[in-house]
Design a protein around this ligand. Sequence first.
Ligand SMILES: [Zn+2]
Length: 324
Amino acid sequence: MRDLYEALGVGRGASAEEIKRAYRKLARRHHPDVNPSNLDAAKRFREIQEAYAVLSDRDKRKQYDEFGTVDEGAAAARTRWTTRPAPGGFGFRTVEGFADLGEIFGNLFGGFGRVGTPPEAPIEAAVELEFAQAVRGASVVVPVQREVVCRECGGSGRLRSRACPRCHGTGTLVQTDRLRVKLPAGVGDGDRVRATLKDGSKREVAVVVRVRPHAFFERKGDDIYTVVPVTFSEAYLGAEVEIGTIHGPVRAKIPSGTQSGQRFRLRGKGVRNVRTGVHGDHYYTVQVTVPRLVSPAGREAARRVGELYVGAGDPRANLPRSLD
Ligand SMILES: [Zn+2]
């Protein structure tokens, strides 16, 4: 068993007020509603609760300081929480342990409603989309994890004076709901989409969207960027080339005398904005390619192309030659 002072990050001489402060801070950070799919956080939260149950009680603390354990052991110190709404709208509650938990959590969410009935933070879930799904919108099934009270043992962790085999004595189980969520066209990497659990709990879920990058289409906000290779003659003489966009191929003009690296815009060929419905733009950067294979005829043609630069001057004339 971990040292209880260590669990709360306080020294052995910490005052009751210091212990309470440390507990509030840690409980807020590791609360399961804040870290819904994080089992480590749930474990840590329980540890913090257990440590506080002992160290906030003068007699139990004294006993612990003296003997390193408390008589009633972890069972008495154990508390549990549930996502079932408790009377009064409190999202979780203690069953055993300390009386002032409600007061402590009442202050956690500061500024909302009356003490003891904080609004529940949404459960956080994540979904990863293919690039095309994000662009077009998609209906996806999101696994939503939350910790619930073990029904076998009613959350006590004990069954016929043994550790409950279902929850291995922890009193809680992780429940995974499969929630179907409709994501709008244009949803982006890092966006948070709100949804509601369809069971009786009506719990709000914040779905964090991750979008896999595409090998060809680069997305920045609502705009799309691509690189389009062209031949020397296409850049020099001008040409009409096909540009692949997320809306399908588009014929686009490359003006004569186009430079490698020059960028052009196709208005409205980007991603639909989730809020406004207005489409972003597609920018394509022209990249002049050179044939890799050098032939005698090519050598002659290149020499004559080189002569074309004579009138235009040294292309590197304006470059600095060093730092100074
Ligand atoms: Zn159980």
